[in-house]
Design a protein around this ligand. Structure first.
Ligand code: C5P
Length: 401
């Protein structure tokens, strides 16, 4: 990056870690490139670097507490959050990451995160064992799902003498990510329609048929697509997840409702991803009264649901169609059969019913097939996997158009 390019307002949160001194260099670089920077420090950050350092470098008052003594002089936390075009927390400690993942607001910086509506980035820095701890990784995965962009950390020698992943990314790299964000993205202005989660097929007012899908993979893909610049419509069955930032959510319950919602939006879709585990059958009749427990055996007649993805892929003006295949055996042959039978452009197959991966868990692995090729994505958390898979979707989509 050369010269003054940007006129962005950047709110920098500094947490208490040995890498806090690198945040000073980040302020200098951001200002050099024409950004306006305001700094918020946690209490422990002030043990590593003084507010005076950041005040001198940013040319602005440094914010340290939720309730400032001098109300006249200070911006309220709401104004500060609204002022910012971007929020970056560097270094982000495991403690701050946990607070953000849980929605805690017990100091100025964590409160600002909750108030902020602008793109948010974190650059974690911590001991390598701390970074690898499953709870830290779960919190990171959760923040990614909420639309937070993670920068680093990098591998190498740590301040504590250990070697591994956990070093704060270099200020220059963080600066590039923040200011380079205006570059055209992989799916800039692409219309992407995606289904996720299970469907519920009612038997009577209190009972239904469903499956183990949690919706995590579909939501992670929707989030990755929005970050890649796509306009995302997410048609979701009942799940326990919040819609990713920047995604339009359409909530449905049954396969029939999912079909109708998809048909409403498919006309303008460039890419369709069928990540939902749509129930294949529904009860022929939905009883208006709760079924009574009379006989030892109960038979519920079922009828086939419409195959949504096939309805889309037979359209003459069909979008680029990506399907999923969850299989308990013969993964490749079943997936390739589905690719052909359903006239898909790509299919992502994964094992279900195994101890790791598949439905209702944090991690997954995918075997992706298209007519002339395949690619394997190894077991990793679903938000990471979604980003890797989305890169491939963008690549194949561009190749076919
Ligand atoms: O045939 P099977 O259900 O295994 O195919 C899975 C793929 O088909 C997934 O992409 C799923 O979203 C889609 N599907 C659908 N409508 C159905 C059943 C499956 O769109 N009724």
């Amino acid at each position: 990056m050369r010269g003054k390019t940007i006129n962005k307002k950047i709110l920098l949160g500094v947490c208490g870690g040995i890498a806090a001194y690198k945040a000073a260099e980040l302020v200098r670089l951001l200002r050099k490139h024409g950004a306006e920077v305001r700094v918020v420090m946690t209490e422990s950050a002030q043990h590593f670097v003084t507010p005076l350092t950041f005040q001198a470098l940013s040319g602005q008052q440094v914010y340290t507490t939720l309730i400032e003594n001098d109300q006249e002089q200070s911006m309220s936390h709401i104004h500060l959050a609204r002022w910012a075009d971007q929020l970056i927390i560097a270094p982000a400690t495991a403690n701050m990451i946990a607070k953000m993942a849980q929605g805690l607001a017990d100091d100025l910086l964590s409160t600002l995160y909750l108030v902020a509506e602008c793109p948010t980035f974190i650059a974690p820095a911590m001991n390598q064992a701390m970074w690898r701890k499953p709870v830290v990784q779960e919190n990171i995965a959760r923040l990614k799902l909420h639309g937070v962009e993670i920068i680093g950390p990098e591998a190498g020698q740590q301040a504590c003498g250990e070697v591994g992943l956990g070093r704060l990314s270099e200020p220059d790299q963080i600066c590039r990510r923040l200011l380079g964000n205006d570059a055209p993205k992989k799916l800039q202005n692409v219309q992407l329609l995606i289904t996720a989660g299970p469907t519920r097929e009612p038997i009577d007012p209190v009972r239904f048929i469903t499956n183990r899908s949690s919706g995590k993979m579909g939501y992670a893909l929707a989030s990755a697509a929005a970050k890649a610049g796509a306009h995302v419509t997410l048609v979701s069955g009942p799940v326990n997840l919040t819609a990713p930032v920047g995604v339009s959510l359409v909530s449905v319950e049954t396969a029939q409702q999912m079909y109708e919602a998809v048909m409403t939006y498919v006309d303008k879709a460039d890419i369709y991803i069928g990540a939902a585990a749509v129930a294949d059958y529904r009860p022929v009749t939905v009883n208006t009264h709760k079924l009574k427990k009379n006989d030892d055996n109960l038979t519920i007649p079922l009828q086939k649901n419409i195959d949504i993805i096939t309805e889309i892929s037979i359209r003459p003006d069909k979008p680029f169609v990506v399907g999923f295949a969850a299989e308990t055996d013969n993964l490749e042959s079943y997936a390739r059969q589905k690719l052909i039978q359903k006239n898909l452009d790509m299919i992502a197959a994964n094992w279900v019913g195994k101890p790791e991966g598949g439905f209702d868990c944090e991690k997954n692995a995918l075997q992706v097939y298209w007519l002339e090729g395949q690619q394997h994505f190894k077991m990793t958390d679903k938000s990471e996997l979604a980003e890797q898979f989305l890169d491939l979707i963008a690549l194949r989509f561009r190749a076919e158009r």
